[in-house]
Ligand binder design. Structure first.
Ligand SMILES: [Ca+2]
Ligand SMILES: [Ca+2]
Ligand SMILES: [Ca+2]
Length: 233
């Protein structure tokens, strides 16, 4: 009896250990830790279903870029180290639609001390960087609920990322003081990615990993039980 419960405990430990190994590194690496973004890709197509609004959240965008004023939109970021592509998602707060029909230049991502990386002129997306796509574009094309965009940006440390959009009627919504830190550290990202096999960009890898761990654990645990039964007199 002692031996059987010991084996069962051993089997359970293997199952739990396999699950923890697979799940915990994913939990740590899939989240943005500003000033570092989530490391992964996105698809600029006007559907933000691939974004994880809790893990990819990067910064608030305030009225007039003033952190003492209301938050009118939120910024989410991802960075793909393999292509050195920055992906941005901007979603407005309820009641503050994007002012789409203002000048396309007013919706942008830039490094304040450098050139603009992407703006509304990159709409419609054509698969060539930079790209921008409206989210929830109204039938008359004058408002939207957000946008996603992609642009080339080299690995490095930046002190002045500015993401800006216009909402309501020509109202500025931008990150605090139009300059927040952004760190793109692909050495760390690659190291962690090799532990994980791949960062969880769209959730498909963790799902596969979870299934593999479950099958692996059940086979081990089941095999142990079968052996126990065979040994019983
Ligand atoms: Ca998308
Ligand atoms: Ca307008
Ligand atoms: Ca383009």
């Amino acid at each position: 009896m002692f031996g059987k419960s010991g084996q069962i405990r051993k089997g359970l430990a293997v199952v739990i250990g396999a699950l923890m190994l697979l799940l915990f590194p994913i939990a740590f690496t899939s989240a943005a830790t500003p000033p570092e973004p989530t490391y992964g890709a996105a698809v600029v197509d006007g559907d933000y279903g691939e974004w994880d609004l809790s893990n990819d959240y990067f910064a608030d965008m305030y009225r007039a870029a003033n952190p003492n004023h209301d938050v009118l939109a939120k910024l989410y970021l991802r960075y793909d180290c393999s292509t050195q592509t920055l992906y941005a998602l901007v979603l407005v707060e309820p009641g503050h639609p994007i002012d789409v029909d203002i000048a396309a230049d007013n919706h942008f991502v830039k490094i304040a001390s450098g050139t603009k990386l992407v703006d509304g002129n990159a709409y419609p997306p054509d698969g060539t960087l930079p790209d921008l796509a409206w989210i929830g574009l109204s039938a008359d094309g004058t408002t939207a609920t957000g946008w996603e965009a992609s642009a080339s940006l080299a690995v490095g440390t930046y002190g002045d990322l500015n993401v800006h959009t216009d909402v309501d009627d020509e109202e500025t919504s931008a990150v605090a003081n139009r300059a927040i830190p952004l760190v793109l550290d692909c050495l760390t990202a690659v190291e962690l990615a090799s532990i994980n096999a791949h960062p969880a960009a769209d959730g498909s890898v963790p799902a596969t990993g979870f299934l593999a761990a479950t099958v692996f654990g059940v086979v081990l645990f089941g095999g142990g039980l079968v052996r126990l039964r065979r040994r019983r007199p």
